[in-house]
Structures are given as structure tokens and as C-alpha cells.
Design a protein around this ligand. Structure first.
Ligand code: ACO
Length: 163
């Protein structure tokens, strides 16, 4: 297993991985319109933490950094069907936490969680009790979808999430 954080930088290897990740998202998130998923995965303002097993993506998390505002928005998160419930979803999130802590110095994660995935996000340290002021700020930058729950996770600078 390995984990890489990539974006559409034009490199062929990264483009191949993003294409495979996009296919996982379109299968696992069937309510999202395919062109929308494709557009965001390849959008240069978005990055993806990709989990690789035998060199192939088994899942990933696509996110958009809002550095001046001090948060990232998790846009898509999925693990391929036959690899779910094996701990890979937690590993992906922990690698993302470490990456944001060390490389981006960003300590807040935000997501509009599908209601079926709220339990997964809670296990990763997310909650939906968001301060009113923060909620108003977030809503200036992110789209809030129907049938989702806005959830936030605050990263502690002193925790090693991969320990
Ligand atoms: N509801 C409640 N708890 C869950 C769920 C769920 N849907 N999925 C996993 N968990 C729990 C597990 O039981 C586990 O708990 P434990 O640590 O006490 O054992 C913990 O969360 C971590 O489980 P993993 O095995 O790491 O999770 P997995 O590898 O299956 O990945 C994921 C979770 C990403 C939600 C995966 O099941 C998936 O791709 N589902 C379909 C797509 C989806 O719903 N994605 C999220 C949409 S919201 C968005 O993208 C912003």
C-alpha cells in the first residue's frame, strides 16, 4: 500500500491515476453527475490523496484547499467496492491529515457528507456542531448540497495521525 497526493499537473502518470480515481468516484458516488465529478477531479485547484494497492488506485479523497481561509473542502471520498470496510478509508483520511498538517499547514477540514457516510466521517473526527460564524464563512466558499450534512474536523498540530 502507498499513498500519494497529486493534481492535474500535466504529468502522464498522474493523469492516469486521476482517471482511475474518477472511475472509482463515478461508481461509488452515482448521485453525482459524471461530468461534474470529472471536471473537479481534473480541475487544477483541486488535489487528490490517492491510495494505491499493487500500483493501482483503491480509493481516494479529492479536496480543494482554501489556504487564506485556513481550511480544505473534501469534495469526493471513496474506496472501490471490493476494498471497502478494510480500513482503507481511515488510512486515506489519516494520510490527508498528515499531509495538510505538514505540507499545507491547514488544520480544518470541511465536507458535505452524504447522509449514508456521516458515520464514517464521525469516526474520522468530524462533527456537525459548527460554530455559527464559521458556518457563515464556509458558506461563502462552498456549495451545500441537499441531503448532505455539513461536517468539520479540526486537526491538532501535535498529533501524529500515522503513528
Ligand atoms: N457508515 C457508518 N460507519 C462507517 C461507514 C458508513 N457508511 N463506512 C465506514 N464506517 C466505519 C467503519 O465501520 C470503521 O469503523 P471502525 O474504525 O470502528 O472499525 C470506520 O468507519 C472506517 O472504516 P473503513 O474500513 O476505513 O472505511 P472504508 O474503507 O469502507 O471507506 C467510505 C469508507 C469511503 C465511506 C467507503 O465505504 C465508500 O467509498 N463508500 C461509498 C462512497 C461514499 O459514500 N463516499 C462518501 C460520500 S460523501 C463525500 O464524498 C464528501
Amino acid at each position: 500500500l502507498s499513498f500519494v497526493c497529486i493534481n492535474n499537473d500535466g504529468q502522464i502518470d498522474n493523469l492516469k491515476l486521476l482517471l482511475q480515481l474518477k472511475t472509482i468516484f463515478t461508481r461509488q458516488l452515482p448521485n453525482m453527475p459524471k461530468p461534474y465529478t470529472t471536471r473537479l477531479v481534473f480541475d487544477r485547484q483541486h488535489c487528490s490523496m490517492v491510495g494505491l494497492k499493487g500500483g493501482l488506485p483503491m480509493g481516494g479523497i479529492t479536496f480543494r484547499p482554501f489556504l487564506p481561509q485556513g481550511f480544505i473542502e473534501i469534495v469526493f471520498c471513496a474506496v472501490t467496492g471490493d476494498e471497502q470496510v478494510r480500513g482503507y478509508g481511515s488510512m486515506l483520511m489519516n494520510h490527508l491529515k498528515k499531509f495538510c498538517q505538514e505540507r499545507m499547514r491547514v488544520f480544518r477540514f470541511l465536507t458535505c457528507a452524504d447522509n449514508g457516510a456521516v458515520g464514517y466521517f464521525r469516526k474520522q473526527g468530524f462533527n456537525d456542531e459548527i460554530d455559527k460564524k464559521d458556518r457563515a464563512m464556509y458558506q461563502l466558499y462552498i456549495k451545500d448540497y441537499n441531503e448532505t450534512t455539513l461536517m468539520e474536523c479540526v486537526i491538532r498540530p501535535d498529533i501524529d495521525y500515522l503513528a
